[in-house]
Write a protein that binds this ligand. Structure first.
Ligand SMILES: [Mn+2]
Length: 472
């Protein structure tokens, strides 16, 4: 690809690091889905770009495509539909996009569009999809394709899961709205026969085990996130407000990646860290407090999702150190247990069992008192990571499935509440939150900690905060 062409299309197409092999990679993914489902399928991209409906939420979004469509095509623009028709003589894949609109492109930049043979040729070339059509023709084409098939089934993707044993829940996002519109169309076309079925399970079966490009991209995201963290530690002593930490670390991450942050950072000092998804990030802090950072950057469409907790002064006080090492110990226990075949539920037992046991042995047994903000456990120790920072079904039904090689999961134990103890003749009393989070790639025999290069032990953190290089 020439530099000029690459520049022109880099925003609206993500090659996933595969370069000219990207179209073969995307085709392989679509083919695998067609082989698995063997029915007519339709998938939708995001209905509008970031900020189009709620302008004030337009932040950190260089990649904004619906992840299922991104995974299957790499196309990163709004109003895109994909039709898959396995085995059809008329061709098994069609990409639908809007008409080319130069007036709009003058404001918002290049888009793939029909009516411009060059743009259509480029869309076909990068995605490997042989037919690109006007999105206005979608309903007509779907009706034709449906009539040609005996089973009268249309597969669509929407997020669905169970909460408890019986209650079925869905996410009512653009996928759900699209599914509703397809149902209407199917009813009309098939005169009451016909049915729309969810392809979510097979889609996630195929999408969640990362391939080697995804793993490389994840490693790159981890590396950048680690470098930004080291730089932040080196000048942490100059910070006295959460927003300074946020501005600095996000700046260092974005300096190195054009793909945006994995999510808006959580920078929570002292008591604020007992709010799990704290995002206010504007309180001053004293040297005595711990500061919890939950942060990460994207590379291509892959994520780093990292948490670290550091002492504002550069040194943990004795109580902070005891509590910190309980959390660190739990994280290591989870890492030791994680491998293909084990479930995330089992990891939860290992994690929170460790935290509760060690809190007794290391803290309460030495006269410490704790008031936790929850009973049993504050949150799950792991979620899936992939095309989304929280990937897989949002109801986390995957937590009871045996993990597969290639799954990427978070490993994030935490401890939140009020803690009081007397150590070496000194009294400590703090409300605080400690969370440590790494990202583990599951393998047949164990796991690889892709975040192992990001400083974490008490000694590493203290050395780096006092101007050392953390190597010793
Ligand atoms: Mn996480």
């Amino acid at each position: 690809m020439t530099a000029a062409r690459k520049k022109a299309y880099s925003g609206i197409f993500r090659d996933g690091g595969a370069g000219d092999k990207a179209r073969a990679r995307y085709r392989k993914r679509r083919k695998a889905l067609m082989d698995q489902e063997n029915i007519l399928m339709v998938l939708t991209g995001v209905p509008y770009g970031p900020g189009a409906e709620t302008l004030w939420t337009y932040a950190h979004c260089p990649t904004y495509q619906e992840p299922s469509l991104m995974y299957l095509t790499g196309v990163n623009q709004a109003k895109v539909l994909l039709l898959l028709d396995p085995g059809s003589r008329q061709g098994d894949e069609i990409l639908f996009v809007e008409k080319k609109n130069p007036a709009m492109e003058f404001w918002d930049g290049l888009r793939f569009g029909v009516g411009d043979p060059k743009s259509v040729a480029e869309a076909k070339r990068v995605t490997g999809i042989r037919e690109v059509r006007d999105i206005e023709d979608f309903e007509t084409v779907l009706a034709q394709r449906l009539k040609a098939r005996k089973d009268k089934k249309v597969g669509a993707f929407w997020l669905e899961g169970r909460v408890g044993k019986k209650t079925k829940k869905v996410t009512t996002d653009h996928n759900w709205k699209f599914k509703k519109s397809i149902e209407k169309l199917v009813r009309k076309t098939c005169k009451g026969r016909g049915e729309v079925v969810n392809i979510m399970e097979s889609h996630f079966d195929l999408r969640l085990p990362l391939d080697h490009y995804d793993v490389d991209n994840t490693r790159k995201a981890q590396q950048i996130t680690g470098e930004a963290f080291r730089e932040t530690l080196a000048c942490f002593q100059t910070f006295s407000n959460e927003c300074q930490v946020e501005g600095y670390i996000e700046g260092r991450m974005k300096y190195r990646s054009p793909y945006g942050l994995s999510f808006p950072s959580i920078i929570a000092s002292g008591k604020n860290a007992t709010v799990l998804h704290y995002m206010k990030n504007d309180d001053p802090f004293s040297k005595k407090e711990l500061v919890l950072l939950d942060f990460g950057v994207r590379w291509m469409t892959m994520h780093a999702d990292i948490s670290r907790t550091v002492p504002a002064s550069g040194r943990f006080n004795p109580m902070q150190k005891v509590l910190y090492e309980i959390v660190l110990g739990a994280q290591l226990a989870v890492q030791k247990k994680a491998r293909a075949g084990v479930t995330i539920q089992e990891l939860n037992e290992v994690c929170w069992g460790h935290v509760n046991r060690e809190l007794e042995a290391q803290f309460h047994a030495r006269g410490g008192k704790s008031k936790l903000d929850y009973s049993g456990r504050p949150h799950g120790v792991s979620h899936l990571i992939g095309e989304q920072e929280h990937d897989g079904d949002p109801f986390r039904n995957y937590a009871s499935q045996p993990m597969k090689p290639g799954w990427l999961i978070s490993n994030e134990p935490g401890l939140y509440g009020r803690f009081q103890i007397q150590l070496n003749g000194k009294r400590y009393d703090e409300e605080l939150g400690i969370r440590l989070e790494d990202n583990l790639l599951i393998t047949e025999k164990g796991c690889r900690n892709l975040s192992s290069g990001i400083p974490k032990t008490v000694a590493e953190i203290e050395v780096l905060m006092q101007g050392g290089n953390g190597a010793g």
